[in-house]
Design a protein around this ligand. Structure first.
Ligand SMILES: C[S@@+](CC[C@H](N)C(=O)[O-])C[C@H]1O[C@@H](n2cnc3c(N)ncnc32)[C@H](O)[C@@H]1O
Length: 212
């Protein structure tokens, strides 16, 4: 998988260095300056692996990441909520969800539907934070635990338990019937009158940080 840009390479080196290869920089000095300022913890790793080459990203840093072995334990046991995206359509939205799920300490992000969670465009959207938590494709029946469905028509006081599965709908149709029928509670994020919905990653961010 292409890791495009300093931030993607930095996150992958930080969370899963063994899965990073072919690190390229347009200039050692430029890469050193970026790492000194933004990520001193990966500076030595970055420079010791890098070769100078052309890089098609404005930060002048790129690498290749290997997809990790799937950690499916998170589907049945967890110490922080699991985010479940029901048939997401936009790879940019999906990547942004992974980024905020990693930041907010979710236990993983599972995808139902046809979008490949490890597609390069999803990886681009997560800034390499796929390497910070399990990201995998599932069938709805493979996930166990209390199901908290996110929906604007739900209950603003519903709670997201530690071992909960936070189900988020697709950009067009919301949550499908199969997962809707499994909901234990439906959580709404109140909005001003006239606003119909939040973007996927914004809704996930609000739900996860509200719990924290
Ligand atoms: C862009 S919205 C999709 C809206 C879609 N048109 C519908 O009919 O539900 C994508 C998903 O984000 C979540 N979401 C967005 N705004 C929300 C809100 N205010 N409260 C709870 N969930 C919300 C829901 O899970 C929703 O299915």
């Amino acid at each position: 998988m292409p890791l495009e840009g300093f931030h993607a390479v930095k996150h992958a080196l930080r969370f899963a260095p063994a899965l990073v290869s072919d690190v390229r920089v347009t200039s050692y000095d430029r890469a050193r300056a970026l790492a000194e300022r933004l990520a001193p913890d990966v500076l030595a790793e970055l420079l010791s692996r890098a070769t100078v080459d052309e890089v098609g990203h404005h930060t002048g840093v790129a690498a290749v990441g290997t997809v990790p072995a799937e950690d499916r334990s998170v589907l049945t046991a967890r110490s922080a909520p699991l985010v479940l995206l029901d048939a997401p359509r936009s790879s940019g939205n999906a990547g942004a969800v992974i980024r905020v799920a990693a930041a907010a300490g979710a236990s993983g992000v599972a995808f139902v539907g046809t979008l490949d969670p490890w597609h390069p465009t999803v990886l681009r959207g997560s800034a390499g934070l796929h390497y910070a938590l399990p990201v995998l494709r599932v069938e709805p029946g493979q996930v166990t635990g209390p199901v908290v469905l996110l929906d604007a028509d739900g209950d603003p006081d519903a709670e997201l338990p530690t071992d909960g599965v936070l189900v988020v709908g697709s950009e067009r149709g919301g949550v499908g019937e199969e997962l809707r029928s499994r909901a234990d509670v439906v959580l709404a994020l109140p909005m001003r009158a006239g606003v119909s919905s939040l973007n996927l990653a914004t809704a996930v961010a609000a739900a996860l940080y509200r719990r924290r």
